[in-house]
Design a protein around this ligand. Structure first.
Ligand code: ZN
Length: 213
């Protein structure tokens, strides 16, 4: 069921607080949004996540008009993703350290686990470095997600972004992306065993029908 604005704000607060408590959102880094029809609710610039209130969240039309509040400086990334990916109802962006590290040494991070394939896709692509908050970063990351079909990508020298049909999916996908990066870094130079492609695709399909709420 689509969220109304009030429950969207509540859900968003619940997840950013959870992200802060679980160490996924550190300091004031990162930003999160949820789409409600033609609008999105997004965390404000320089958020103190544990102190954030529903009234601090910004509301922006998908055409880019800021209707209320002071949206995150990385608003463009969220807008570009919602405009290109019709299934997207939540976007999570953070600066997870394993994700940042893996993005420094490869263009594609392989995935080795079922949940990684289910949540993200066959592998985890890396977008080239572009300045944070820039339109080019937003466009290239959204295009990469669209072209590869992956539900998360790494942003070189910066962080990651993850997409979901709701906040639970986007949050889980962000964690899966950082974990896939950690698995890759720990096994790099060894001979890690991947799942075969048929099994990876089977798992991906099974997650396609399964909606985390
Ligand atoms: Zn960032």
């Amino acid at each position: 069921m689509p969220l109304d604005e009030e429950s969207g704000r509540r859900e968003l607060l619940r997840f950013v607080r959870r992200g802060a408590r679980e160490g996924v959102l550190r300091g004031t880094f990162g930003n999160v949004s949820v789409r409600i029809g033609q609008r999105l609710i997004i965390t404000p610039t320089a958020s103190d996540y544990l102190r954030l209130r529903a009234g601090d969240l910004a509301r922006v039309h998908l055409d880019g008009t800021v209707e209320e509040g002071r949206p995150s400086s990385e608003l463009e990334l969220h807008l570009a993703i919602y405009r290109r990916l019709p299934y997207a109802a939540a976007v999570w962006h953070d600066h997870a350290p394993f994700a940042v590290s893996a993005a420094l040494v490869t263009d594609v991070v392989p995935i080795f686990t079922g949940e990684g394939h289910g949540l993200i896709g066959l592998d985890l692509p890396v977008a080239p470095y572009r300045p944070a908050g820039s339109a080019i970063l937003a466009t290239e990351a959204a295009e990469l997600l669209q072209e590869t079909g992956a539900r998360a990508c790494l942003l070189r020298n910066h962080g990651l972004c993850a997409v979901g049909r709701n906040l639970m999916e986007a949050y889980s996908c962000a964690i899966a992306a950082d974990e896939a990066s950690q698995h890759y870094l720990l096994t790099r130079g060894m001979q890690p065993q991947s799942l075969d492609q048929d099994e990876a695709l089977r798992i991906q399909r099974s997650f396609g029908d399964y909606r985390m709420h």
